[in-house]
Design a protein around this ligand. Sequence first.
Ligand SMILES: [Cu+2]
Length: 319
Amino acid sequence: MRRLFLQFAAASVLTAASIVTAFAHASLETGETAAGSYKAVLKIPHGCDGKATNLVRVEIPEGYIGVKPMPKAGWTLETKKGDYAKKYDLHGEEVASGVTLVTWSGGSLPDEFYDEFALSGTLAGVEAGQTLFFKTLQQCDGAEVAWTEEPAEGQNPHSLEHPAPSLTILAAESGGHEGHGAAPQAVTAGDLAITSGWARAMLPGQPTGGGYLTVTNNGQTADKLVSAASANAGKVEVHTMEVVNDVMVMRPVEGGLDIPAGATVELKPGGLHLMFMAVKEPFKEGGSVPVTLEFEKAGKVDVMLPVQAKPGGEDHSQH
Ligand SMILES: [Cu+2]
C-alpha cells in the first residue's frame, strides 16, 4: 500500500515553536484537568524588560472556587473576596463567595530566574471543553506586564503577545458511561435519521480518535450539523479529509456540515469524520462513546457510538 505523506511536518514545526513560546509566557504548570480539586501553579518565567518582578496578581476565574493561595517566603500575600457569579455546591455546602483576587507583593524575582505561585481550590460548574483564564498582572520597578489576552473565537492562542494563563477543562474519567458491546443504534430527530454510528478503538496513549455515522435528511428543508460534544473527550470536531497531490489533508469543517433536504451524508473512514480530541481514556473495543450532535434545526441529538476495532482509516495519532 502506498503511504500517504501527511501534512504534519509543518504542523510539528509549529508545535515546537509554540512550546518555546509557551516557556516565555506566564502559564499554568497543568493546563488541562477535569472538574474537581485543582492546584494552580502559575509560572512566572522572566521579569519585565529585564527588571526584577516584585508583584504578581491573579484574577481567579469564575468556576474556580474555595481558593486558597500558598504563602511564599519574602512575599506579602493579600486576597480579596467577593461574590461568585453563581452559587456552587462544594462538598454538599452552598458556596456563593470566596477569594477572587490574589496578590503576592514585596518580593524580588530577578529576570534571570523563574518562580512559581500556587493556589489550591476546586473547579465547579465547569464543562468539558471550556477554558478558564487566570488573568495575571506582573509588576517590576516601574514596568509591568499584563498577561490578560484571551484568544478570540477561532484565533490561535499562540499568536497572542501576552496571553492570559489558561486552563482547559477535560471530561471526567469515564466510568459507568460505557456500555458493553452495544449494537449500532438508529436515532431519529425530526426529519433526521442517524444510523451506522461507531467509533474506532484507540491505542493506549493515543490522544485523539475518530467517529463515524450516517445522517439522512428525510425532510423538505436543509439542516446543518453545527457542533458535537462528548463526555469522553475534551473537544469534538467535524473534520473533512481529502487527498491533495498525494498529501492527506484533514481540517475542521468551517461553518457546520450541510445536510441538504433528502440527502444522506456519510461520515466514514477516509472522508468526513468526527474527531475526538483530548480523550482521557482511549476508546476500547466493546465500549461505547456518548456523543451529543447539535443540528441547526433538529437541535441536540444524543447518540451512542459503539467502539469497534477496524483496520484502516485516517491516522489520528499525529494531531
Ligand atoms: Cu481528523
